[in-house]
Design a protein around this ligand. Structure first.
Ligand code: UDP
Length: 465
């Protein structure tokens, strides 16, 4: 006898194994699960082994290999190129094994949502006849710039003395506002190749999901949508608790690669006056020179504001001598913070950031004005948008020797917290927060796009004989 059974479609989400990619992928996975999809996240065997994370209740974890299961990429890979090559080989093989494992279960995988840094995942999905959704974790502006470069429509490198670049949907961009790989010749060629490679097979992808929201980047989203009709904005991918609060128990990112002591940061912030603290963080990868660390440290001291500064272990030794002792009354230095809880604390006056995309969209979503000091990759473009389009912050001026001086740091922090335009920036930040909440709330732009994605996957029927 034939029996029809209906089941929720099963989506496998594969993040690139770095903090700034795992966070948005996990959050997108939680949103998809909240819409009734069965959702699994594939993390690397190395991360699973070292962190032993507990999956949020709505998801399950599986593992694939990036080729460095024992000691991890930083201990084992000889170069970025080596890492990317081995990850593609081991990742493709173990992803195929995972899909096969589920194939004969009651929950076969229907769709792979893959970070665009892993275009090989789409090839594997297609070998198995599955749907494939590319997930872009940078701004639509940056994605579009890379799209133009990949397709030969923007020639690189753009000389640092060239005239501003005009791109439909974006403000005029000085060369220094473009992603660093586009104007610094030969900088990290393997990463640049990987970023352009995001577009190597997107014509085969069934969906292009972007971690932004329509209202934030409407013009460039419209422009890109004309060429890539499968594009859907689905952000901000931050825990529901901080936005629409529609998803139960969704308060954290749930997978921190570094250990954090939440209580220390929050207790310290709770004891500071409203709007008085500078939160300083450069994300999970970026590194400052000794000289820059020194300028930043003394610049923060000069502001005379309280500061909470994330200094990862790898940066620790660069703190200038005597700094900690001289600033014990003013500052708290931690190795990793619960960033969302920090940004949403009333004590925050401004976020001194590298303008990494997650940090930026988190600050916009939590209405925190910024001082931005972009270092590389997409950060210069994010910084341009923060200052000139969203008008929620100030970008530091860099000296010819590449250093941002302590006086400049002090000046920018003052401008954002107590300067003439401080109130305007705060009001703008509040406006973006409101729009971010609306985007993910029922019927909002991102919510509708997620519904569209989910309905296209639908429920699946299959037959027993
Ligand atoms: N983050 C955090 N604690 C910290 C610093 C960063 O939880 O002390 C999180 C932050 O909330 C963001 C991510 O790490 O989600 C960093 O991503 P981003 O794109 O800002 O920077 P990247 O690390 O990719 O350069």
């Amino acid at each position: 006898m034939e029996e029809k059974i209906y089941r929720a479609a099963h989506v496998l989400v594969i993040p690139y194994p770095r903090q700034g990619h795992i966070n948005p992928a996990l959050q997108l996975a939680k949103r998809l699960a909240s819409k009734g999809l069965k959702t699994t996240i594939a993390i690397t065997k190395f991360i699973f082994k070292t962190i032993q994370p507990q999956p949020p209740s709505s998801l399950q974890f599986e593992t694939i290999s990036d080729g460095f299961d024992e000691r991890g990429r930083f201990a084992e890979a000889v170069s970025v190129h080596d890492y990317l090559q081995k990850m593609e080989a081991a990742g493709s093989k173990t992803l195929a094994e995972l899909i096969t494992k589920y194939k004969n279960s009651s929950n076969p995988i229907d769709c792979i949502v893959y970070d665009t840094f892993l275009p090989w995942a789409l090839e594997v999905a297609k070998q198995f006849g599955l749907l494939g959704a590319a997930f872009f974790t940078q701004t639509c502006a940056v994605n579009y710039i890379y799209y133009l470069v990949y397709n030969g429509l923007l020639k690189v490198p753009v000389s640092s003395t060239a005239a501003p670049v005009s791109i439909t949907g974006l403000p005029l961009l000085e060369p220094q506002d473009l992603p660093s790989f586009v104007y610094v010749a030969g900088e990290y060629p393997d990463y640049f190749e990987m970023l352009l490679g995001q577009f190597s097979n997107t014509d085969k992808a069934d969906f292009l999901l972007v971690n932004t929201f329509y209202e934030l980047e409407d013009e460039v989203v419209n422009t890109m949508h004309k060429i890539c009709p499968a594009l859907l904005t689905v952000g901000p991918t931050i825990p529901s608790f901080y936005l629409d609060n529609r998803i139960e128990n969704d308060k954290d990112y749930d997978l921190d690669l570094l250990k954090t002591d939440k209580t220390i940061c929050i207790d310290w912030l709770n004891a500071r006056p409203k709007g008085s603290v500078v939160y300083v963080s450069f994300g999970s990868i970026s590194s400052l020179s000794h000289k820059q660390m020194e300028e930043l440290a003394w610049g923060l001291k000069q502001t005379d504001f309280h500061f909470l500064w994330v200094v990862r272990d790898s940066e620790d030794l660069k703190l200038p001598k005597g700094f900690i002792e001289e600033t014990t009354n003013k500052g708290l230095i931690v190795k990793w913070s619960p960033q969302l809880a920090v940004l949403s604390n009333e004590a925050l006056g401004c976020f001194f950031s590298h303008a990494g995309w997650n940090s930026t969209i988190e600050a916009l979503s939590l209405a925190v004005p910024m001082v931005v000091m972009p270092l590389w990759t997409d950060q210069p473009t994010d910084a341009k948008l923060v200052q000139d389009v969203w008008k929620v912050g100030i970008r530091v001026v860099v000296e010819e020797n590449g250093i941002v001086t302590r006086d400049e740091i002090e000046k920018c922090v003052r401008k954002v917290i107590v300067g003439e335009k401080a109130r305007e920036m705060k009001l703008n930040a509040e406006k973006w927060r409101k729009l971010a909440i609306e985007a993910v709330s029922e019927g909002g732009s991102s919510d509708k796009n997620i519904d569209e994605f989910v309905s296209k996957l639908g429920t699946t029927s299959y037959k027993y004989y």
